[in-house]
Design a protein around this ligand. Structure first.
Ligand code: THG
Length: 665
């Protein structure tokens, strides 16, 4: 607690300096296999050369010297020599058993040197950041090009491996934790999850820094996320800082750093390489050249922490420290309360956002075709359904595998892993739809973006509801809350608002769930059945939406739109018109998003007036005969089942009309 306050205060008043590269400094010693083995591992049966982290145990004086050189050069923060100190990475050297010791000893060593410098000059306190690297296995990518759904490691394994590393780092007394060189955000989310679990168990807080890596000029991480999508994916944690390191030199980092500094509510860090590697893989940007580039970040107040990655030496850090001392720090952005989601790309829902449509087709109980494809294991065609929806304008896609005929959990995982390998689909956020918690949780472990969970409710009481919501905070997901409680599903206006209000109080006031990440679904129920108790269902839903938007600050609203027209199954023309009319009024009342068939949305203004009147009578419950009258009217409609034909029709229009059509769509 004290550390965080201290470093927070420091960061508000000045730009702090992080150390330079450990790896390239170690290389200069040209150590031999024997050096790496030291006295402890003389008889170890595998090669250990190249396992830099091991030097904290076998050659501690070298690591000590490097730390001291960076501190001498002016570093305020040094990183522990633990970049690869996880059981998963250490498996390369068969040193999984040593992970706790590696982290403990590296941390103790760094803390000792840093404390010596702090004692010498208490006005410049030095901090130790526990370095938590990306691992050599990734959760979002398949190592086998012929099997894109394959993963060499699971979320739970990665999380457990990071947790083990953390125990050593924390016992060794680090001041901060730094999840760094992130190229797969899902690995980072597992690390952050482990951090929250471990800190909670110890009843302590520690500042957490996060630093991602952009791999090329496209401005994306290796796993394909844009900088903003990455930011959104890790913003569920109250981070000390977010930033970028490695891969690019300072010059190429600039636009992404600028973007982070404008969009992130945290302090900003940057520790680039000493330029781009030359043809020999060496980094040769001089300290002066690097300082020149970094001055530009400082002049523009993009950063709070500046340091070096590959190829940077104490001379580089010395130059950076000189310019940092004269610089004014970046001021953290105020957090807005917009709903932020991400796939490979971000989606932000602001009060100005019109309506977010969520594709309903990848649902085994909502599409006979999709169910058949999954049953038959025809994943390629099932993926095509997802792609088609995105092409038709779905901004999120709902995935539901709940079917008594197969293992929903297994199918959810298989399908999501496959989708994640399709950049044109994975660019949108996922909505993980299941009535089974274990399916939801399995789904969350597959997505690097910030997903929407669909859904939780108070069906099984408050305790379960609370526990699930707490976990969702840790996964970093938004959530659909259904208006359902111990008594049952809300089907009147009063019941809808009573349940939503109660759920909101628990989530926001008791467990601190971000209100903008709550999406209330107050039940879109079937109309047009001829049963009197169903007459007002649509009206009650619409009124509930309006009430929620007025009373439950920052919360969003959604619903499964196609439910409303179930009684007109088989008549898509009527169903489409009902959906349009329903949405027209619900969106006016404040409906933020809806699960829809994106290819089956008619434009309200294009519904013929006589038809529209009948549909409005039904949806808005204007007269008891509304259903009868609409059914009669439907008989007079020209049969229009060939969807393709309609699409072709507009394609024959002149270019302006085609553009107009596409824009409206
Ligand atoms: N709220 C929330 N989630 C939901 C729902 C909801 N998830 C599921 C469902 N309801 C929304 N999704 C659908 C998907 C398809 C249909 C309706 C709702 C649908 N399908 C055609 C049918 O049954 O007639 C299928 C036709 C076909 O086989 O192709 O109507 O309310 N939070």
């Amino acid at each position: 607690m004290t550390t965080k306050r201290n470093i927070q205060k420091e960061l508000e008043s000045r730009v702090l300096v992080l150390d330079g590269a450990m790896g390239t400094m170690i290389q200069k010693y040209r150590l031999s296999e024997e050096d790496f083995r030291g006295t402890i591992f003389t008889d170890f049966q595998y090669d250990l050369k190249g396992n830099n982290d091991l030097l904290s145990i076998t050659k501690p004086e070298i690591i000590r010297t490097i730390h001291a050189e960076f501190l001498e050069a002016g570093a305020d923060i040094i990183e522990t020599n633990t970049f690869n100190s996880t059981s998963i990475s250490q498996a390369d050297y068969h040193l999984e058993e040593w992970v706790y010791q590696l982290n403990l000893q590296s941390a103790q060593l760094a803390v000792k040197v840093a404390d010596e410098f702090t004692t010498k000059n208490p006005k410049k306190p030095r901090f130790v950041a526990g370095a938590i690297g990306p691992m050599n296995k990734t959760l979002s990518l398949s190592p086998d090009v012929n099997d894109p759904g394959f993963r060499s490691v699971s979320f739970d394994e990665v999380k457990a491996s990071y947790r083990e590393q953390l125990k050593g780092l924390l016992d060794g007394g680090v001041d901060l934790l730094l999840v760094e060189t992130i190229f797969d955000t899902l690995n980072a989310k597992a690390a952050l999850f482990a951090i929250e679990d471990e800190l909670e168990e110890r009843g302590m807080r520690l500042p957490v820094m996060v630093s991602g890596t952009i791999t090329d000029a496209s401005g994306r991480t290796l796993s394909g996320q844009t900088v903003e999508a990455f930011l959104t994916s890790v913003s569920h944690i109250d981070l000390l800082s977010i930033g970028l390191n490695c891969s690019l030199g300072a010059k190429d980092l600039r636009p992404y750093l600028e973007e982070l500094s404008k969009k992130a509510p945290f302090f900003i860090s940057a520790y680039p390489n000493a330029g781009l590697p030359n043809q020999f893989g060496e980094y040769d940007e001089t300290p002066d050249e690097m300082a020149h580039q970094v001055s530009d970040f400082l002049d523009n107040k993009f950063v709070n922490i500046i340091g070096g990655c590959c190829g940077t030496t104490p001379e580089h850090i010395h130059e950076l420290a000189k310019i940092a001392a004269k610089a004014e720090p970046h001021h953290r952005r105020k957090i807005d309360k917009h709903t932020k989601l991400s796939g490979l790309e971000p989606v932000t829902i602001t009060p100005e956002t019109n309506f977010v449509n969520i594709g309903e087709r990848c649902n085994v109980s909502g599409s006979r075709k999709f169910a058949r494809l999954i049953r038959e294991g025809k994943y390629e065609e099932a993926i095509a359904i997802a792609r088609n929806q995105v092409d038709e304008g779905a901004q999120v896609i709902d995935i539901n595998m709940d079917d008594a005929m197969f293992d929903a959990k297994k199918e959810m995982v298989t399908f999501l892993n496959l989708l994640m390998a399709e950049p044109d689909i994975a660019r949108v956020p996922m909505m993980i739809d299941s009535s089974k918690w274990e399916v939801i949780e399995a789904g969350l472990k597959c997505v690097q973006g910030k997903a929407i969970v669909n859904s939780i409710s108070m069906k099984e009481g408050e305790a379960v509801f609370r526990k699930q919501a707490q976990l969702l905070k840790r996964y970093g997901a938004a959530v659909v809350v259904m208006a359902f409680d111990e008594i049952g599903q809300a089907d009147s206006f009063e019941r809808r608002i009573e349940i939503c209000q109660r759920a909101y109080n628990i989530l926001v006031n008791e467990i601190n769930f971000p209100p903008q990440d709550i999406i209330f679904d107050s039940n879109i129920l079937i109309i047009g059945t001829g049963m009197e108790e169903h007459y007002n269902y649509a009206v009650d839903f619409i009124n509930a939406v309006s009430w929620i938007k007025k009373n439950l600050k920052y919360a969003k609203t959604s619903g499964g739109v196609s439910n409303v027209s179930f009684s007109f199954r088989g008549n898509d023309q009527v169903r489409e018109a009902i959906h349009s009319v329903f949405l027209f009024h619900a969106i006016r009342a404040g409906l933020d998003m809806g699960i829809v068939n994106p290819g089956m949305l008619q434009i309200y203004d294009e519904i013929p007036k006589d038809f529209l009147e009948k549909v409005e009578n039904l949806v808005l419950n204007k007269k008891p005969e509304a259903t009868e009258e609409l059914l009669e009217f439907a008989l007079t409609l020209k049969v229009q089942d060939a969807k393709e034909e309609r699409i072709d029709e507009w394609r024959n229009l002149p270019i302006e009309k085609r553009l107009e059509h596409s824009l409206i769509k």
